[in-house]
Design a protein around this ligand. Structure first.
Ligand code: UDP
Ligand code: GLC
Length: 475
């Protein structure tokens, strides 16, 4: 007699899952902040972090007592750009495979691999197949032509259909682009980012004047733009709006990341050329964003490409400061129906909107939007949703099949299924969606992926042997 499986009990089973979090980026952008929040939430008993590059995230995780290892990726792998050529991506294949083997070895002490960046996702998908572990890809980007090359976005989405359990998307806009790139709709799990409200406690009631003095900020009308410095975050749009607002001063908070230093030189030169340099303070990357957001009269978000989510939009409202967000991406999902969403990449419209907010009473709209944020975009809610997705990816074994698996009992419950490898190989070679005649997947792309996977499977035996090496110790 077969015993029916337990009804899903997501939070309790999530408590037993040991997750290996992987990121190729260690500079502190919004995605990395999300990874840090998740690692803190899971704690050292339930997760370990593996970084493919060194950076601030490494040290912050260590300070938070999260076990973290560095698996330094090679230069060719790290040099592949989101919109780079196919040749460059191909040249990185050997390093990708090597990383996948090493990650597979580390993953054998875990129940789940959770990739937080594109490159990490590619390596994790291959490693998951080798180590026979489910993979979740937390997709923090919009897979569109504005951000990614054709090959990168389609290859990643198609591979994710068969080599991941779920793809977590940060907004409906990110989900739509994922599906447009070939991702399976049922595969996506929408989890909005959530912000920890604790650093904002009491801040909304703190007078701006007090904070301005403490932070050495000038009196008078002041706007702030927060985010890493890169062309698509639109610092140039604010600078181009300033000549139209002669009494306004601005702070630009954030630094270039991921090799975007030239943009900082460009925007500083632009400010000089437009005669507004004396009205802008470039504050660099700051750890005290909540206080700075509270100190300004208005936060502007100026992204010129659709913003996948935009943590800064939520943060401004938690600080009790009005926000003007650029239209596109998740802005409307976060803010809903409001006049505080402005046409993107249009300095004149931005100047008019800034003028409007600074000369009207914003208290009512601010309170309405803040309540919306508190209801939908706080950290607890995000973590509960992530727990559910993790538990769904690693359901408890059916009663009667020697439950209590997971790495804690020595052998993963996934390894206990004798037909697993056979099924997985078949699924790799003949993924369901490739048989879908309505989908119109390009045959050569399909064949290419199959050849790639075939080569990969041929080597599987050797690779598995190497993957049995013990995981690297935490650094
Ligand atoms: N941030 C920060 N210091 C800075 C500038 C930005 O801590 O000087 C934080 C900001 O508060 C937000 C994150 O970086 O939490 C940026 O996330 P967002 O989603 O807005 O954009 P991303 O850079 O991830 O595209
Ligand atoms: C990425 C996106 C940003 C999003 C963040 C967290 O860095 O650019 O829009 O808020 O990830 O998901």
């Amino acid at each position: 007699m077969t015993v029916p499986p337990d009804p899903p009990s997501f939070p309790s089973s999530a408590n037993q899952v040991r997750t290996l979090l992987v990121s190729h980026a260690a500079e502190m952008g919004g995605a990395e902040q999300g990874l840090l929040d998740l690692a803190r939430h899971l704690g050292p008993q339930r997760c370990q972090v593996l970084l493919l590059a060194d950076g601030d995230l490494h040290h912050i995780l260590q300070r938070n007592h999260i076990p973290v290892s560095l698996l330094q990726a090679g230069g060719v792998f790290m040099g592949v750009r989101r919109a780079g050529s196919a040749a460059r991506a191909l040249a990185a294949l050997p390093q990708t495979l090597l990383l996948a083997c090493k990650l597979a070895a580390a993953a054998r002490n875990h129940d789940l691999i959770y990739a937080n960046s594109q490159k990490a996702a590619l390596v994790a998908m291959l490693a998951g197949s080798l180590a026979r572990r489910p993979v979740i890809w937390h997709l923090h980007d919009i897979l569109d032509a504005g951000h990614f090359g054709w090959l990168q976005r389609h290859a990643l989405a198609l591979l994710s259909n068969t080599l991941t359990r779920f793809v977590i998307v940060v907004s409906a806009a990110a989900r739509d682009a994922y599906i447009e790139s070939g991702g399976t709709p049922g595969h996506a799990r929408l989890v909005y980012n959530g912000i920890d409200p604790q650093p904002y406690d009491g801040l909304a009631e703190t007078p701006r004047k007090t904070l301005r003095g403490e932070l050495h900020l000038p009196p008078g009308p002041l706007v702030g733009l927060f985010g890493r410095i890169t062309e698509w975050k639109g610092q140039r749009v604010l600078i181009e709006a300033l000549p139209l607002l002669p009494h306004l001063q601005a702070i630009i908070v954030g630094s270039p990341m991921f090799g975007q230093d030239a943009e900082l030189d460009y925007i500083k030169a632009l400010a000089e050329r437009l005669g507004v340099a004396d009205r802008i303070k470039f504050l660099g990357h700051r750890p005290d964003v909540p206080r700075l957001m509270r100190a300004v009269d208005l936060v502007v978000h100026c992204s010129t490409s659709p913003e996948p989510f935009g943590r800064v939009i939520v943060e401004a409202l938690l600080a009790g400061t009005p926000i003007l967000a650029a239209e596109g991406g998740a802005s409307r999902e976060i803010l809903g129906d409001t006049a505080w969403v402005v046409k993107a990449n249009d300095p004149k419209k931005l100047a008019a909107a800034i003028e409007g907010v600074l000369t009207t009473d914003t208290a009512e709209e601010l309170a309405r939007l803040r309540a919306r944020i508190v209801e939908n975009f706080l950290l607890d809610r995000m973590m509960a949703s992530l727990d559910s997705v993790i538990a769904e990816a690693c359901p408890p074994p059916p009663r009667g099949e020697g439950g209590g698996g997971g790495s804690h009992s020595g052998q993963s419950r996934i390894e206990k299924s004798p037909s697993f490898l056979k099924k997985r190989s078949k699924r790799l070679l003949f993924p369901r969606r490739f048989h879908d005649p309505g989908h119109g997947l390009d045959l050569s792309a399909s064949a290419g992926i199959k050849v790639f996977l075939l080569l990969f499977l041929q080597k599987k035996k050797d690779l598995l042997r190497s993957s049995r090496r013990p995981a690297r110790p935490s650094t």
